[in-house]
Design a protein around this ligand. Sequence first.
Ligand code: C5P
Length: 403
Amino acid sequence: MATIVLGVAGSVAAYRAADLARDFIRAGHTVRVCLTESAQQFVTPALFEALTGQPCLEDVFDEPETGRMAHIDWARQADALVIAPATARILNTLATGEGHDMLSALALAYDGPIVIAPAMNPTMLANPVTQRSIQALEERGAVMVAPTVGLVACGEEGQGKLAANRDILSTTLAILEAKSRWKGRRILITSGPTQEKIDDVRFLSNRSSGKMGAALAKAALLRGAEVTVVTGPTSVALPARAQVIRVTSANEMLAACLNEIKNVDWFIGAAAVADYRPSQPRTGKLRRSNESLQIELVPNPDIIATLAADADPNQRFIAFAAEPSDDPQVANEKRMRKRVHAIAVNDISRSDIGFETSENELTLLSSAETMTSGKRSKLACALWLFDSLDALDRDGRLVTDLA
Ligand code: C5P
């Protein structure tokens, strides 16, 4: 069963964290509690130690096991970090990445799923600083369990009451369940553009930023899978826990994928692979002249189609398609031609999603059904994609069909 680290911040609702800890234990999980300094004004470490049978962290220098830095040790062992109640202070601290107390240091050292249940005065919650912090944390993958509306401890009416424990519990359990299904699955993701050499200083490429591939890698890790990313040239940061293989051209990307494909269960082709490359890249630098210049282009290999043609029946192949319209017919033909299990389409005629932007809207086409993510951050799209693929696969509905 899972290990849940429960972070408790200094809100009047801190008393409800005791019941929440018991709910997690009743669901069969180990709970370790970390209290902020102000939480200790409302509840005591002794209470949580008695309830959980585990030491409680109170101070950034606490070290229940000598020689093991607790903020690192607990972060490594946590399957989920739940912060309930979360005050405006801890939200703003987590958003800016300070690590001055045990809970924020632990959160910095932790890259798994985080569930946050804010509780505070309605004006503090509505404050643009708090709202920006909530948004920043959501963009990094944290799941908010929104506070409810009612009479809060300070006597005001409004949104700010800690969500019901059952909602915090069910959100956390759903994440842990998804994690247990993806755990041990190995995923190979292609990402970013490719560059096809014209001469030593010029190349053909495209506008792919690699943001969607990075979001897929992060989402796959959040869901508990093992991730390898083969990426074309991009400056986007990839998660530390992903194995990253950097390539330049489509041919290099294919070679790297061929090396890895036998070791993986899923292949997700999110790279914008150049369709053509110059047939004879020059050494040195092509000189300018007043004559027109012809560069002959030859087709690149279709990486995903090459790999899918030789697939093991247990492997799953998912393609991406950047389409200039939302007509599903073209993408569906592509899905069948490439013999992939599903294809995630985004409409590149829109400027608010897709290339270079931080948001996307995916339509997932499989032989079973068509699903849409709605417009969301690329990370939220990626999490939606893994959850949708898992649901289809669980029901035996993720199958290829021939063109
Ligand atoms: O054919 P099209 O480029 O539209 O297909 C897009 C899908 O195919 C993406 O998943 C992309 O990563 C993959 N692809 C590929 N090799 C190519 C071209 C596209 O793997 N040469």
